[in-house]
Design a protein around this ligand. Sequence first.
Ligand code: CTP
Ligand code: CA
Length: 222
Amino acid sequence: EADVLGKLPLKGKKILITAGPTYEAIDPVRFIGNHSSGKMGFEIAKAATNLGAEVFLISGPTSQKVSHSLIKQIPVVSAQDMFNAVHTYFNYCDIAILSAAVADYRPKEVAHQKIKKKTSTLTLELEKTKDILASLGAIKNQQYLVGFALETNDELENAKGKLKRKNLNLIVLNSLNDKGAGFKGDTNKVTFIDDEGNITAFELKTKSEVAIDLLNKIISHI
Ligand code: CTP
Ligand code: CA
């Protein structure tokens, strides 16, 4: 796109974005998932291209749609698929924003056939998935790495812990306490916490407004 006014601050930058839920198979017809809409990640992708960036949008199952010459979409299903896709593109990117609601656990064994109802109770054994964000924090070079934190209690403490433990440059704390905020709706109430100790709390905003605030924050740091 023509940068006639010199107002494309992300021109030439490559941004990796994860979005949506992941689905973890139980058997051929069932999965464990969550209610993430994917909207936050898609809004970040759109806002980033408006600022001139090239985007790699790695998304779990979602009804969100976007079509833009600067967005390469990589659809995935499971946390392991997302891990693999993220590691395919990360070295090539300048910025990574991991907004996906990745499943923390998956069935330890996936049944090859549909599980029939027999017993009155059924126990599934789950095992941890890989932490994609932490795996990037462990290998990053020059990349600016952004994570999200979804918290219901001890929000700031928990988010600061994730920032440090996962070696991030910035974490976006998503408050689920507030009416209208959450990963299903169109609005979020967020707080930015960066690796220099700066904390900025925002009012309830639409996800597209949050996306712009986030990219402005990143631009001011790179
Ligand atoms: N994340 C990830 N891979 C996972 C789990 C989480 O990349 N397997 C990322 C999310 O995309 C988000 C950040 O880690 O950017 C924080 O996710 P969150 O669920 O808030 O934290 P967890 O570290 O999973 O801890 P917990 O759910 O116990 O609070
Ligand atoms: Ca989690």
